[in-house]
Design a protein around this ligand. Structure first.
Ligand code: ADQ
Length: 468
């Protein structure tokens, strides 16, 4: 057995998706669990509980080869770290919403305090040659805190959301402290070339550093490897789900509602980055510009609420309720509801059935790291009668292998309305041709490629690291 195969993988993320339910849930959780199972491993993060003890719990799975270690957050941590700096500062800022970005020094201190606490809890559990894989914007400072405590293990960080251009990032008063912290990692992974490019631009023009021919960034007397790992899905699983009993039951329910009308579907967490008001307006514009579709097309938008403690999420929810109400009031007929807006989650099988029945998948975020719904929509289609993907140019998913989707600018209401019209009028041969190209890419660049790619990169960094 080679040395790197013996290295244990330690995954660190804000939430830990390792429990009996997650073992069956699929997607990202299963991909990371698969990676952990290969080497035996540990997944560490927040328990999801808010309590005023700093309780640490350990659970073991798979005959003890896997463990989940979680810690609670205090209500102050939850406010400052999670609702505050992570979700009211970094989330809007990294999605280019400087208008919604709020900065508060106490929140930043809370963020650092929780990153420190996480490092403090994990440090004694580490083995010398562990590989540590840290996920996402909640834990940017985690690696630096762990290094301060003397950790020498190889560490990688993957950013699931966009990395903004330096012009946007520098609106954050502590941008230098935050980006400097990223240099504590050995490897930084981004979703797209654009994200990595923005990071490199920051290093060159803000940090006074440079990027060498291998893409390694040098600044503050430190260096870090940078690489691109676009995340994918388990497409075979989604295809299987789409013909499951539960999927068929949902397809039939939707077919009854549509009554031979064509279905357009949108599925998103209720978030202001998803471009939902613009999407609703584009659908209304489509009905106005192409009135022959009145009574012929229905749009179903599923959007379970999230981050309900953050005021901006309350605002977007109210906005969408008003907008969907007025669109329906204006356009409905006795026997036709143009827009069905549903605020709840569905099982992955049910979603696959809904995707399969919809003639158009409308995925129009204003900014998105990748967007897995776009890929799930494609994977769920039937080869005999596939639907059309209308995709925002600002989703990471539009960056590679998505030329056969109808690519739109979500701010261009008329442009999206026109794309909807093209999609709904598209001939079967053209739909098939476009879908074959899209599905080939979704199958090839799947979730396994993503996680194996990242882990291999970490292993190579470990071999090259003179600390070991
Ligand atoms: P996420 O929000 O984790 O974001 P995203 O790509 O938006 O991931 O996928 C959302 C997932 O939730 C999909 O699998 C989808 O099927 C599911 N979902 C959405 N609405 C649902 C509903 N109504 N019922 C049930 N399930 C629903 C971050 C980044 C993304 C990036 C991912 C992965 O913001 O850009 O793609 O991580 O890296």
């Amino acid at each position: 057995m080679s040395a790197e195969r013996r290295s244990r993988l330690v995954v660190v993320s804000n939430r830990v998706a390792i429990n009996e339910k997650a073992m069956r849930a699929g997607g990202l959780a299963v991909a990371l669990l698969d990676a952990l199972k290969e080497s035996g491993g540990l997944w560490f993060g927040w328990s999801g509980r808010v309590s005023d003890s700093t309780r640490v719990s350990t659970e073991r799975f798979d005959r003890g080869r896997l463990s989940a270690v979680t810690t609670d957050l205090s209500s102050e941590d939850y406010e400052e770290y999670y609702n505050g700096f992570a979700n009211r500062t970094l989330w809007p800022l990294f999605h280019y919403r400087t208008d919604l970005t709020r900065f508060d020094r106490d929140d930043y201190q809370g963020y650092i305090r929780v990153n420190q606490r996480f490092a403090h809890v994990l440090k004694p559990l580490l083995k010398a040659n562990d590989l540590i894989w840290v996920h996402d914007y909640h834990l940017i400072a985690f690696g630096e805190e762990l290094r301060r405590m003397g950790a020498r293990q190889t560490m990688g960080f993957f950013l699931h959301i966009p990395f903004p251009s330096p012009e946007v990032l520098t609106a954050l008063p502590v941008h230098d402290l935050l980006i400097r912290a990223l240099f504590a990692y050995d490897v930084l992974g981004f979703q797209t070339e654009t994200d990595r490019h923005c990071f490199h631009e920051y290093v060159r023009y803000e940090a006074g550093g440079h990027v060498d021919a291998q893409g390694r960034a040098h600044a503050w007397g430190r260096q870090v490897e940078t690489a691109i790992f676009p995340i994918g899905i388990d497409s075979a699983e989604v295809a299987r789900f789409a013909v499951s009993k539960e999927a068929k039951a949902h397809s039939s329910r939707m077919a009854r509602v549509l009554r031979n009308r064509l279905g357009v579907v949108g599925v998103d967490r209720l978030d202001y980055t998803m471009g939902l008001p613009e999407r609703f307006r584009a659908f209304a514009r489509f009905l106005e510009t192409y009135p022959e579709n009145r009574g012929r097309v229905s749009f179903v938008q599923l959007a379970p609420p999230s981050r309900a403690d953050v005021p901006e999420y309350v605002d977007i929810r109210h906005e969408l309720e008003g907008l969907s109400g007025s669109i329906n009031a204006e356009h409905s007929e006795f026997d036709w509801t143009p827009l069905r807006y549903i605020n709840r989650g569905f099982s992955r099988r049910a979603l696959a059935g809904i995707f399969r029945l919809a003639r158009v998948g409308l995925v129009t975020p204003l900014r998105d790291g990748m967007n897995l719904v776009a890929k799930e929509y494609v994977a769920a289609q039937s080869a005999r009668d596939p639907g059309v993907l209308v995709l925002s140019r600002f989703a990471g998913a539009a960056r590679r292998g998505a030329d056969a989707a109808l690519i739109v600018n979500p701010y261009d209401i008329q442009g999206v309305a026109d794309a909807l019209h093209s999609a709904l009028g598209m001939s079967l041969p053209e739909r098939k041709e476009r879908w074959r190209s899209l599905v080939a890419s979704v199958r090839e660049h799947d979730i396994t490629e993503w996680r194996e790619g990242f882990v291999r990169y970490l292993q190579a960094a470990q071999r090259a690291d003179r600390r070991h």
